[in-house]
Ligand binder design. Structure first.
Ligand code: ADP
Length: 405
């Protein structure tokens, strides 16, 4: 039997998300999440998606000291559904790896050398790569015979031209410390830009797309003929759009000011800008539903936070329209982009000269399907295109192991 299942693992510092997919028909067999790994009480939520128990969540609250214990428990849950990780049907384990630097522009089968390179990138991704490495090592220990495939968040952006990827700082210093713009969410930008082309009935090589990935983290990308030419996140995911808890763009001198005047340490500033800024910093809330509810009740702080969020978004749409020259589509995706019609409407309001508009009725439709929400007369298609990073990772991992068969 040819193995056709892929387990996708997304390991965070204290969490482990997983999905098991069958690549014959792209169906999902099970999915789940382990949270608070290493804390007093961790929680494993497992949902089988096949058979009698399909859709019935199983929640276990117990302590998992580390990712190893967490993955062991996930393996038991899968085995209880007849989907054990010892199954010969499993073709590979696909890992989301946040930072692949310049070296990894494509999915890669993990070897000791690849793992060492991912480890070498820890200084530029201190929050993410260590957890991803732990996830890979844990999975290797469980199924040493199976290919482990690393799929990098940065890979899609490695096509950015040098003038978009470099910061205008001293070249020697930049090169010595690998300081440049790498970009993130690449798996989503790749998936959504391709889907958008399909929605227009075109090949990706024929269209220019601006992708707006608006989740808790948020980033924009300019994709010309299927290749990324610019993206809003940089050396780290802090740059660019206003996010749930991250500031996005700001004058770097704000950091010196906080050091000198507010007496803050670099760790404190890091926490401030990554965890206590963005929408949370502006109005104490990062859930767009709650922000809209507060605006409807006349809350001025929530309204200003929304305006700042939209203003930044518009600046990037304008900038990427200029970078691309000609835009065929603007695609909204991720939690906010897929669900928040007021964000989509506000982001394109006033951009008619750039060819952008949304149709109020189309914009208000709720659906899991990719769809166009601009009126027929609009020069640029505005689309809502649900992202599916797990499916994309599974695809890339599956294609790679089949090629090397
Ligand atoms: P991430 O993967 O970055 O954690 P998601 O892409 O899941 O985030 O997006 C989460 C965000 O999506 C939430 O913080 C919330 O602001 C927003 N969101 C989710 N559902 C809705 C909705 N129905 N309306 C408006 N915003 C929503």
């Amino acid at each position: 039997m040819t193995p056709t299942r892929i387990l996708v693992l997304n390991s965070g510092s204290s969490s482990l998300k997983y999905q098991l997919l069958d690549m014959r028909d792209h169906s999902r067999l099970a999915l789940g999440l382990v949270e608070k790994i290493g804390e007093q009480t961790s929680a494993l939520t497992h949902t089988p998606l096949l058979g009698e128990d399909a859709g019935k969540k199983r929640v276990h609250e117990t302590r998992f000291a580390d990712h190893d214990e967490a993955l062991q428990a996930v393996a038991l849950e899968l085995a209880a559904d007849g989907l054990g990780l010892d199954s010969p049907e499993l073709a590979a384990i696909g890992h989301r790896v946040v930072h692949g630097g310049l070296r990894f522009s494509a999915p890669t089968v993990v070897t000791d050398e690849v793992l060492a390179e991912i480890e070498r990138l820890v200084p530029v991704a201190p929050l993410h790569n260590p957890a991803n490495i732990t996830g890979i090592k844990t999975a290797q220990a469980l199924r040493p015979d199976l290919p482990q495939v690393a799929v990098f968040d940065t890979a899609f952006h490695t096509t950015m031209p040098e003038y978009a990827a470099r910061y205008a700082i001293d070249v020697e210093t930049a090169d010595a410390h690998r300081i440049r713009r790498y970009g993130f969410h690449g798996t989503s930008h790749a998936f959504v830009s391709r889907r958008t082309a399909a929605l227009l009935g075109k090949d990706p090589s024929e269209v220019n797309v601006i992708v707006l990935h608006l989740g808790n983290g948020a980033s924009a990308s300019a994709v010309a003929g299927g290749r990324c030419v610019d993206t809003s996140m940089g050396l780290t995911p802090l740059e660019g759009l206003v996010m749930g808890t991250r500031s996005g763009d700001l004058d770097p001198a704000v950091i010196f000011h906080l050091e000198r005047v507010a007496g803050m340490s670099s760790e404190e500033i890091d926490t401030l800008l990554n965890k206590k800024s963005g929408l949370v910093g502006l109005c104490g809330e990062n859930d767009m539903r709650e922000i809209r509810r507060r605006i409807d009740e006349g809350d001025k702080q929530a309204e200003l936070a929304f305006e700042i969020y939209i203003h930044r978004l518009k600046k990037y749409i304008g900038a990427y329209s200029a970078v691309l020259g000609k835009v065929d589509a603007v695609a909204f995706t991720a939690g906010v982009g897929e669900n928040a019609a007021p964000v989509r409407e506000a982001a394109v309001t006033g951009l008619e000269e750039l060819g952008l508009a949304v149709d109020a009725t189309l914009n208000s439709v709720r659906s899991d399907e990719p769809r166009i929400i601009s009126p027929e007369y609009a020069r640029v298609a505005v689309a809502v295109v649900p992202t599916d990073e797990e499916l994309e990772i599974a695809h890339q991992a599956y294609d790679l192991v089949r090629e090397s068969d």
